[in-house]
Design a protein around this ligand. Structure first.
Ligand code: C5P
Length: 429
């Protein structure tokens, strides 16, 4: 996915055409213009007719410092810079917010207004930040249009999950402007994992009791999928071993689906020695029923006792390999996070462990997370942020530490220091 984005150091000097379509989230595009310019990009804004009902062209003109266009038939604007010239000017097109309608028109190659005409006439890479009602996003028609655009190389940034304009919650919200900028920067930033093979395991495992019941857990897989996406953005060749989850595969990531811990172990072990980095973000079930009943178990008026066997520890298995990759584990704890995580780091012979609090709205099944990254000689705090933003920071540090270890500099740049103060690496929101 990164191939169409020329290698450069971030967004400085990049000529970005920002398309704003109609929707209440259009107001957030104002802040996006400011942030893109802060990152050094040159921004020109094109509004759809509906977007101009929410925010005036004048606002965008003031923020971008450039004339704003919204119609194909504006003679004065055409005389200043023809629309084909504008299409050629753009080095990247970003549409934020992108409505279901714009996404549909782009997927089908319509050129019914200035924005869609520019998209068709430009060879610049396209990034789309959707914003719409959650049912519109989930609709099979929208999802099919998204798949078509992705297959042509468009990058989707979001949508985020959360509260919407209506009293509903779910995927469909426009990503926050700073997250859109982070996503674009990841496309154009230095590729810290170019040429590296990264193996990630994510999601829960299900252990069957009988043909209809299983023992599972509440892991959504979001953190592991975000880590896989962040590693792919950094240029890595990423393989993702996923337990049963309802998530779409991040672009550029090769996914293998598994169900039980033993299936996950098999899939991971088959790929571990060929990997440079293994990140075990899965919530692997510790126990499985001693045997799977061939038929649905029936009530018999009394208690049922299940006999459980312990599952193999995948992470420890990878760390014990003769040709082991750089091994990163996750620790989900409800208390004594640091102490328990450190014990796990030692016991499983890991290079790094990312510890987070679960329960009471933390970690599992949540969109946001907060992490302590612990190595043998240091600890670093990543403040609360959404999982993709956190994954990007985490992957950047993992890449740094894996390289340091490769070069014989211990587990990280601070390896010779005895104690590293806990410090916040992100803003708290
Ligand atoms: O010991 P605990 O399950 O809390 O350790 C969590 C870490 O160990 C996670 O990275 C998880 O993916 C990994 N793990 C594993 N195999 C198991 C259990 C946990 O790889 N059977």
């Amino acid at each position: 996915m990164a191939s169409q984005h020329e290698a450069r150091n971030g967004l400085a000097g990049l000529r970005i055409l920002l398309g704003v379509s109609g929707g209440i989230a259009a107001y957030k595009a104002c802040e996006l213009v400011r942030r893109l310019r802060d990152a050094g990009a040159e921004v020109r804004v094109v509004l759809t007719a509906n977007a101009a009902r929410f925010v005036t062209p004048l606002t965008f003109q003031a923020l971008s410092g450039q004339p704003v266009r919204s119609g194909l038939w504006d003679e004065a604007a055409e005389a200043a810079m023809g629309h084909l010239e504008l299409a050629h000017w753009a080095q990247h097109i970003v549409i934020a917010p992108a409505s279901a309608d714009v996404i549909a028109r782009l997927a089908h190659g319509f050129a019914t207004d200035l924005l869609t005409t520019l998209c068709l006439a430009s060879e610049a890479p396209l990034a789309i930040a959707p914003a719409m009602n959650l049912r519109m996003w989930a609709h099979a028609a929208t999802q099919a249009n998204v798949a078509v655009l992705r297959s042509r190389g468009a990058v989707f940034l979001g949508p985020a999950e959360g509260r919407m304009a209506e009293p509903e919650s779910g995927p469909g919200r426009l990503l926050e402007p700073h997250d859109i900028v982070a996503g674009l920067t990841a496309l154009y930033g230095p590729k810290r994992l170019a040429g590296k093979r990264v193996l990630v395991s994510a999601g829960p495992t299900y252990e069957d009791i009988d043909p209809v019941r299983f023992i599972g857990n509440r892991s959504s897989g979001r953190m592991g999928f975000a880590v896989a996406q962040a590693a792919a953005e950094q240029g890595a060749n990423v393989q993702l071993v996923a337990g049963p989850v309802h998530l779409t595969t991040p672009p550029g990531v090769a996914r293998v689906d598994v169900r039980s811990a033993r299936e996950m172990r098999e899939a991971v072990m088959a790929r571990a020695e060929g990997s440079d980095i293994y990140i075990g973000a899965a919530a692997v079930g510790d126990f499985r029923p001693h045997e799977i009943a061939p038929h649905k178990l029936k009530k018999n008026g009394g208690a049922l006792t299940l006999s459980l066997d312990e599952n193999p520890d995948i992470l420890a298995g990878v760390a014990a390999l003769a040709r082991r990759p750089f091994v990163v584990g996750f620790a989900a704890e409800t208390q004594n996070i640091e102490t328990y995580a450190r014990a796990k780091l030692e016991r499983k012979k890991l290079d790094l462990i990312a510890a987070n609090r679960v329960g009471e709205g933390h970690g599992f099944d949540a969109c946001e997370n907060e992490i302590l990254l612990i190595s043998r000689d240091g600890i670093e705090r990543f403040a609360r942020a959404d999982k993709l933003a956190l994954a990007r920071q985490l992957v950047a540090r993992i890449a740094e530490k894996a390289q340091a270890k490769n070069e014989g500099r211990g587990t990280g740049s601070e390896s010779r220091r005895k104690l590293v103060p806990v410090r916040a690496r992100t803003r708290t929101r």
